[in-house]
Design a protein around this ligand. Structure first.
Ligand code: G6P
Length: 490
């Protein structure tokens, strides 16, 4: 907030994302507010609470329309308003093409190397273009000044930066790509690669989580576009417009709001043990995420199977609670994953379990942030086994939840978080033996080592929190705005 006041005084700030931070749904004759499971929302929401401004997003709840004023706005968070949410509406058919189709059957598997084939349909592309234009028009209509700061989020809006730039040439457009950017060869199969790159290069700053994603982007531009790339200055110039391309590793708020009112670690453990009817001395493993094929959930279940086979001392002594939030369930790839996970869990539980012991508890439902933190605090080990992940904020949330410096994090080397959280036990999720060895090591780790590792990771996440992430992007934006002012004198 201070940074905005000092560096970008009197600026209008917008965030644009597909997913809204508060979803209003009808339930039992009431309106219930849901906080979606989305790394993007977990990161951006605290920033907006601190800075104020307008968040433009798709209104996806059954009661969203009931909560807005005539201008489609609602003040959020409910009960303690800090910023405005501007909903954009779309029909089911538009959502099919833009969100399920192009964004999630096309770009999502294209950018995540998880060996799921991307699907590109011309009709999806048409909807994607139309919805990007609708969001661009909504932002332009909301803007009361010619030079707002607009933070465009993620792969749903690759075309938005250019579309906004055409109408608001003086806008500072800060685009953040929350998922990986693949190598040029892999990206090259996209039939609309030029349009997507051109769209993104309407930005003032384009951010990725890691330097290697930035390098992949430079290589992609180099391969497919006529442009000027300055790797030293980390910029690309296309059609006379220059875009800075930089890594900004995203993070979480510190301290997290969900830590407020949490019981002590032993009490959280006792609550979870009572809830699932587990013995008092049980060791607990935890995995929490959306039910997404990029998260390596089946691989993790296989590792549990392998652990109980090769280290039978854990039989009856360890339970793995796998919490999964249903997501994008209309898509075949997601529905299949859910079926496979249920079947595999039953198989493993039959193989290693008994009347009274189920080694894996598969819990399929949405959990609110305070429930997630309670589970983290109850766990001995948290496993994040993404096959490919931009950052993965679950890893950072687990670390943030452990103010007792307890718990061990097992983390995939293919998640962006692994380049920051080197004190986790780093694994290759494709190597099942390696993963189960790491789980065994985590469960057997001496307390001093556990504390030291957790302490170092907590220090890192506390310092590199999400305010710092946003601050870094806004500082770069402010520098570029000042530079532009000087250039305008010439
Ligand atoms: C990832 C994406 C976000 C998205 C989230 C949840 O983190 O980068 O943009 O919001 O998944 O997915 P969903 O499709 O439910 O919004």
């Amino acid at each position: 907030h201070d940074l905005l006041d000092n560096e970008l005084p009197d600026t209008e700030v917008f965030v644009v994302s597909n997913r809204e931070p508060y979803i209003h749904n009808h339930a039992d004759g009431r309106i219930v507010v849901q906080r979606p499971a989305s790394g993007l929302v977990s990161a951006l929401e605290p920033v907006m609470r601190a800075c104020g401004g307008t968040w433009v997003a798709h209104g996806s709840g059954t009661a969203d329309r009931d909560t807005v004023d005539a201008e489609d706005h609602v003040q959020v968070p409910p009960g303690s308003p800090a910023y405005r949410l501007r909903r954009v509406w779309m029909t089911d058919e538009e959502q099919e093409g833009y969100y399920y189709g192009l964004a999630n059957e096309g770009l999502w598997p294209l950018c995540h190397i998880a060996y799921v084939r991307p699907i590109f349909r011309e009709s999806d592309w048409q909807q994607y273009v139309a919805i990007n234009q609708r969001f661009a028009d909504a932002v332009v209509r909301e803007a009361t000044r010619p030079d707002p700061v607009i933070m465009v989020q993620d792969y749903h809006f690759a075309l938005l930066p250019r579309m906004i730039r055409e109408q608001l040439p003086k806008a500072t457009i800060l685009t953040f790509w929350h998922i990986p950017w693949p190598n040029a060869e892999a990206f090259g199969i996209c039939p609309w690669k030029e349009e997507i790159i051109e769209g993104l290069l309407g930005s003032t700053v384009l951010g990725f989580h890691t330097r290697s994603h930035c390098n992949n982007f430079f290589d992609t531009v180099d391969r497919y576009m006529e442009s000027r790339i300055d790797r030293e200055q980390a910029s690309v110039t296309l059609g006379g417009h220059e875009t800075m391309v930089r890594p900004y590793p995203i993070s979480i708020e510190w301290p997290p709001a969900a830590m407020e009112g949490q019981a002590s670690v032993p009490d959280c453990r006792a609550t979870v043990i009572a809830h699932y009817g587990l013995p008092d001395d049980i060791r607990i493993g935890i995995g929490i995420e959306r039910f997404d094929y990029t998260k390596g959930i089946l691989d993790r279940l296989h590792a549990m199977d392998d652990l109980l086979t090769r280290y039978p001392e854990w039989l009856g002594k360890l339970v793995f609670i796998q919490v999964v939030a249903p997501t994008r369930t209309k898509l075949a790839s997601y529905a299949t994953l859910q079926d496979d996970a249920i079947r595999l869990t039953e198989e493993i539980n039959q193989r290693h379990g008994s009347e009274t012991y189920k080694p894996i508890l598969l819990v399929i439902r949405h959990h609110e942030p305070d429930e997630v933190y309670q589970l983290f605090r109850a766990a001995d080990v948290c496993v994040v086994s993404s096959l490919h992940d931009g950052m993965n904020l679950v890893a950072k949330e687990f670390v943030a939840s452990r103010d007792d410096e307890g718990g061990v994090l097992v983390l995939s080397r293919f998640a962006g978080a692994s380049s920051e959280l080197g004190e986790a036990l780093i694994i290759n999720p494709y190597d099942i033996h390696g993963m189960s060895d790491a789980m065994h090591r985590a469960l057997s780790m001496p307390e001093a080592e556990r504390r030291e590792r957790m302490h170092l990771m907590r220090t890192h996440v506390r310092e590199r929190n999400v305010y710092r992430w946003a601050g870094q992007i806004l500082l770069d934006a402010s520098r570029l705005r000042k530079r532009q002012k000087v250039a305008d004198f010439e």
